[in-house]
Design a protein around this ligand. Structure first.
Ligand code: SF4
Length: 326
């Protein structure tokens, strides 16, 4: 059975009043698309493995990326293992597939508009995989045999096919891909990260696009996914003075779009939340109290063996000092 031709589900992220919205965004090729955004119930959710942090240039003062902010919200001890202890994590097939699919989608837009086809995307797969393995040789050890690797690559190809049911890349000219962004808040905290794709219409309207290789979350878990997007929207607002028109999550695991139109109140609330989060991180750094917070996300945690919630013992904390966020 192929699900690559399934009708895409377009969902408006829940707004405070629960109403659906109709959003119109002029695409960069001058065409206008009108998307009737409706809410869809009953979706199953599988959050994939934690997404890796970007490697944005390190600012001099304290800084936070959405990935690490999400880590602390998920589990303070997870944040500690990643940021304070800097414990290595083995690569996983799911995380590697996410990296591979992102790489292909980034390079797809190097092709002339008319050549951005599903076949072209599939053609990019082997070369991008070879490039990733050359950069991180341990990726080659993810699979027990060639059959397993072929099945894994097939799943990546299906995700790329699914992408074409959600967007038409022949009608999109991204302004930026894998865009490194940073913004210094008045609190002294620098926000930083990478945006998968930024579309800027001739009218100046901005759309932030993020590709996810997992399934779209149920609406009750949507806030978590949207936090990352609002984080980026806040960074762009602070650096460009313009509130992005649309935040768009492209879920390639089940072929669904989630869209949200942020406003000033949203982004001010996001800024307050991030500052409060940083204060909590600062308190934990000072006190050394990094508590585990078990949840179903523990399933993807690389540190279960060191976690008291699973009978483990964390290593001694490194010598105190200002945390350096990787
Ligand atoms: S196993 Fe769960 S509770 Fe323990 S550190 Fe990992 S995410 Fe936190």
């Amino acid at each position: 059975m192929s699900d690559t031709l399934a009708e895409p589900v377009v969902r408006a992220a829940a707004e405070p009043d629960g109403l659906t919205t109709t959003d119109e965004l002029t695409t960069t090729d001058g065409l206008t698309t009108t998307d009737e955004l409706t809410t869809t119930d009953g979706l199953t959710t599988t959050d994939g493995p934690p997404e890796p942090d970007g490697l944005a240039e390190q600012p001099a003062g304290p800084s936070l990326s959405p990935s690490r902010a999400a880590d602390f919200m998920t589990c303070p001890l997870l944040y500690r293992f990643r940021v304070i202890d800097r414990l290595p994590e083995p690569p996983s097939p799911a995380a590697a597939r996410g990296t591979l699919v992102h790489a292909v989608l980034e390079r797809l837009f190097d092709e002339p508009a008319g050549a951005r086809t599903p076949a072209a995307a599939r053609t990019l797969l082997p070369g991008q995989w070879d490039r990733l393995v050359a950069e991180v040789p341990t990726l080659a050890e993810l699979f027990d045999d060639a059959t397993e690797q072929v099945a894994w690559l097939d799943e990546a190809a299906l995700m790329l096919d699914r992408y074409f049911t959600l967007e038409d890349p022949t009608r999109i000219e991204p302004s930026y891909r894998e865009m490194s962004v940073q913004a210094l808040l008045e609190s002294g905290l620098t926000l930083r990260g990478y945006i998968d794709r930024l579309d800027i219409a001739p009218t100046g309207e901005i759309r932030i696009v993020d590709y996810k290789t997992g399934l779209a979350p149920r609406e009750e878990y949507e806030a978590r996914a949207l936090f990352q997007m609002k984080f980026y929207a806040l960074v762009l607002w602070r650096t460009r003075g313009t509130i992005p028109r649309l935040l768009q999550l492209v879920y390639l695991g089940n072929g669904e779009l989630v869209r949200y139109a942020p406003d000033e109140a949203d982004l001010l609330a996001t800024e307050r939340k991030i500052n409060a989060l940083w204060q909590a991180i600062d308190r934990a750094t000072t006190s050394g109290d990094w508590r585990p917070r078990p949840s179903r996300l523990c399933e993807w945690c690389s540190y279960q063996a060191l976690c008291p919630a699973y009978g483990g013992t964390p290593p001694p904390l490194p010598v105190p000092g200002a945390p350096v966020v990787p």
